[in-house]
Write a protein that binds this ligand. Sequence first.
Ligand SMILES: C[S@@+](CC[C@H](N)C(=O)[O-])C[C@H]1O[C@@H](n2cnc3c(N)ncnc32)[C@H](O)[C@@H]1O
Length: 362
Amino acid sequence: MTDPSTTTSAVLRARFAAMLGEERKSPWLAAFADVPREHYVPSFYRQDAQGQWQKVSEGDPGYLETVYSDTALTTQLDEHGIPTSSSSEPRLMLTMLDALDARPGHRLYELGLGTGYNAALASAHLGSDNVVSMDIDPDLVRLARRRLARGQHHPLVLNGDGAQGYPDRAPYDRIIATAGLHGIPPALLGQARQGTVVVAPIGFGIARVVVSGDGEATGRFLPVPAFFMPRRTPTKGPDFATLETQTGQPTTVPATDALDRLKFPLSLALPGYSSCTWQNETGEVTGVGLWTEDGSTATVHVSGKARQTGPRRLWDTVESLASAFPKDTPAREDFGLTITPEGQRAWYREPEGPSWSLPACK
Ligand SMILES: C[S@@+](CC[C@H](N)C(=O)[O-])C[C@H]1O[C@@H](n2cnc3c(N)ncnc32)[C@H](O)[C@@H]1O
């Protein structure tokens, strides 16, 4: 007799693949129809109305329906309750896989194995022998390896800093990152060939570049908004204490521009920045805080007073973006990325337009 949960999974999965295929035809849809997402996400965390994380596991009401919806599923939290691994939104995964323009037989390198679901999709489409995926967390690698084997997929999965790549299987025809990056890691470019397509989250967008030579690549950002868990690297927290001792400098840029209108270009100019807001009793934003991994910190009060400390002047960056984009919200797809051995620059509209150099990443 057939197990009813298997039948339910098959039905939901078929519906899920059809839902993903509503907007466009994709050669990846067969893999989405084939690979059971629940094998890779046997449980996930969901925030309740109070913001507390609750674990939802196989067999819990709504578990399978959520697994087969267009939802990012948080699968790991650190000791502070900050998500550290997840299975991304399937529609975004499909968009990124489509952007790779990968064909069976292409060799793919993934930075960010996580649950292994994306590696399973890639193995189904390209063949396990052509897939290499790395995660910095050894426990995740162990779990994913076991789950992939259960699904008859045997890609090479490795533990380590994915930004270093895996030269033994290079050159790669396609490279995908599923952790947020500040730029394309040079080591990965060194393991590409001419024509390799690289798809990677940078800032609040997804860059797609094509390698044109030694350490050289160029391309544009996809129109979709995206936020990926940042690649794990050592970071410093914000230095609000120093700012409390400063008198603010006047600024004409509204504090909230940093959070909405200028959010995407700011994520290119200050990759990996964090932000927070202060609110009054009625819930209105009264101030905005920004900080970057090197400990640079800025706060801006809605009254128009900015304070800054640390190696980088973060509010100066916001002000220069405000003069480059005085009124509107610039569209993601109008931004591009050019990489040379000397550095990486994100630009607006054309390589000669306004541009920001991305920090060197190792
Ligand atoms: C959004 S999850 C990846 C989702 C995954 N592709 C999947 O299908 O489940 C991001 C992953 O990147 C991993 N990660 C973070 N920093 C990394 C690094 N420096 N090298 C490799 N993996 C890293 C995290 O441990 C996390 O599992």
